[in-house]
Design a protein around this ligand. Structure first.
Ligand code: COA
Length: 257
């Protein structure tokens, strides 16, 4: 199994599990990841997802480099298209995701994490886009999503040098939201996921869509999109419950409807 799955309350924990290759992503990982997303999206018991890596050394050390030996211009394109489609599904997933980066996070590991909502890291985490050391470039969203998150200056430094940055630098540039001891990392990721999963789920999903789509639009269109999502929120049962609970000075009992 290239992926391990575990449920903690309403949080699905998905662990990249190829420790012998520092959890590098191979075809089997992608097959299992696609199947996992299918199931998680449909499962009403899941409110949020946590991704992490097996062991304490590595989150994901990138694509499995063995796969690059036989690729050419045509097959590399098909490979990138499939990976981008899977990452996009995670980015668009109505359920929010947290990545617990527990060590090396390189190449496709960074690109995967950029498709998720929130990144936190252990103190030993190292981030990099080392593709230029292999004579290739980041091809799973790295040249596009990284600069949108940390700005073009740091994106250029990380991608053009291929050098790694440490967890504190990742924190400073906004690549991760929090850094903590390895021993507390997963619990903290689950805690953040539980906070999101415990809110009015449709409101969380609509907020996520507004942020995601808005970032891909000019501001006036983004604001219109926000209005459309805000209107949809007023159609939910949880809106009635949330407002009533506040006015009655009690905790809301959300149904995710
Ligand atoms: N693809 C395939 N195998 C990988 C891998 C990858 N991306 N990253 C690590 N591995 C394998 C190593 O080949 C090694 O296997 P072996 O024990 O059979 O020799 C094992 O994982 C352990 O890695 P190793 O290199 O011995 O660990 P290290 O602590 O010396 O170095 C790294 C760690 C992360 C610096 C180093 O493994 C590395 O540079 N990996 C490649 C990262 C990369 O370029 N990723 C982007 C791909 S686009």
């Amino acid at each position: 199994m290239a992926l391990l799955r575990e449920r903690r309350d309403a949080v699905e924990i998905v662990t990249f599990n190829r420790p012998e290759a520092l959890n590098a992503l191979n075809r089997q990982t992608f097959d299992e990841l696609e199947a996992a997303i299918d199931e998680i999206e449909r499962d009403e018991a899941v409110g949020a997802i946590v991704f992490t890596g097996a062991g304490t050394k590595s989150f994901v050390a990138g694509a499995d480099i063995n796969q690059f030996v036989d690729l050419d211009m045509w097959t590399s394109g098909a490979f990138a298209e499939r990976t981008l489609r899977i990452f996009r599904r995670i980015e668009e997933c109505l359920k929010p995701s947290v990545v617990a980066v527990n060590g090396f996070c390189l190449g496709g590991g960074v690109e995967f994490s950029l498709s998720c909502d929130i990144r936190i890291a252990s103190e030993n985490a190292r981030f990099g886009q080392p593709e230029v050391n292999l004579g290739i470039i980041p091809g799973w969203g790295g040249t596009q999503r990284l600069q949108r998150l940390v700005g073009p200056g740091w994106a250029r430094q990380i991608i053009l040098t291929g050098d790694m940055i440490d967890a504190q630098t990742a924190l400073r540039i906004g690549l991760v939201n929090e850094v903590m001891p390895q021993a507390n990392l997963l619990d903290r990721a689950v805690q953040i996921a539980q906070r999101m999963g415990g809110r009015a789920r449709r409101a969380v999903a609509l907020s996520k869509q507004a942020i995601l789509r808005g970032a891909e639009m000019p501001l006036p269109e983004g604001l219109k999109y926000e209005t459309a999502m805000w209107q949809l929120a007023f159609e939910t049962e949880d809106r009635k419950e949330g407002v009533a609970a506040f006015l009655e000075k009690r905790d809301p009992n959300f149904k995710g409807k």
